[in-house]
Design a protein around this ligand. Structure first.
Ligand SMILES: Nc1ncnc2c1ncn2[C@@H]1O[C@H](COP(=O)(O)OP(=O)(O)OP(=O)(O)O)[C@@H](O)[C@H]1O
Length: 235
């Protein structure tokens, strides 16, 4: 299967701190690649580094055979990488409709078709279309955040902990949506909820102390009690 994203030996400094110290992983077209690791391991920083928000100080990020390591965030987004940040990045004092409008990079027929599709995936967004996003529930905000990224024709979506703070029933909806999105977009997912990660991930990358310590296919990690205990504190 073709590799869409390759993160090679990436180091990232934030101020004086050496946060990422050797991140390596690949995302193949049509797959969900999950980044796993304890709190503070460096998963969010890895996504931010891919997006150019905390640029790599060493190593390379290759997307679609192009070196994007030194590109600006807007250029990276324009190449077709969508980002759903952990804090969801939505505008609380804009309506759901306005949030979608602001997110749409190109307003064309295809984008409006994708918007229609996404509203079928998340009927609550349609229901609260004219409501301020700040008044949505936690789960609805997460759905809006994902809808905002999905409305653009992204080749790759980076999604940071979509299950965070959500009730189990809402997590199910988020999982179903990601499974649906997977049909048309490659996904890199940061997820602490191992049950969710293991159900939708094709491959895993374990990150510990800013470094890739293990990667492989998800089935192998599910069976590997030692790895789960050592790096995820479960099992
Ligand atoms: N702006 C910053 N300044 C200083 N340190 C930072 C900054 N951002 C992140 N860090 C540190 O970098 C490390 C990695 O953080 P990161 O958010 O990438 O971890 P994570 O694996 O996503 O964890 P979590 O699941 O808790 O979000 C942590 O020790 C964090 O405190």
């Amino acid at each position: 299967m073709t590799t869409l994203l390759k993160v090679e030996g990436v180091h990232t400094h934030i101020g004086q701190y050496h946060i990422l110290q050797g991140i390596n992983f690949e995302a193949k077209i049509g797959e969900v690649s999950v980044l796993l690791g304890r709190n503070g391991a460096g998963k969010t920083t890895t996504l931010k580094t891919i997006m150019g928000l905390t640029p790599a100080t060493k190593g390379r990020v290759i997307f679609n055979e192009q070196d994007i390591t030194r590109k600006a965030t807007y250029e990276i987004a324009n190449l077709g990488i969508g980002y759903v940040p952990e804090d969801q990045g939505i505008f609380g004092d804009l309506t759901v409709e306005e949030n979608m409008k602001v997110a749409m990079r190109v307003e064309n027929e295809a984008a409006f078709k994708r918007q229609e599709y996404v509203l079928e995936l998340f009927p609550d967004l349609k229901k609260f279309w004219k409501k301020d996003a700040g008044h949505l529930s936690g789960g609805q905000k997460q759905m809006l955040a994902m809808a905002r990224a999905f409305v653009n024709d992204s080749k790759l979506l980076l999604i940071d902990e979509p299950s965070k703070g959500l009730a189990p029933i809402v997590i199910e909806t988020v999982m179903e949506a990601i499974t649906e999105m997977k049909k048309s977009t490659t996904i890199v997912l940061v997820e602490q909820n191992f049950i969710m990660a293991s159900r939708i991930g094709n491959t895993y990358t374990l990150i510990d102390d800013g470094e890739t310590v293990h990667s492989g296919i998800m089935e192998d990690l599910i069976q590997n009690e030692e790895l789960k205990r050592k790096y995820l504190g479960i099992g």
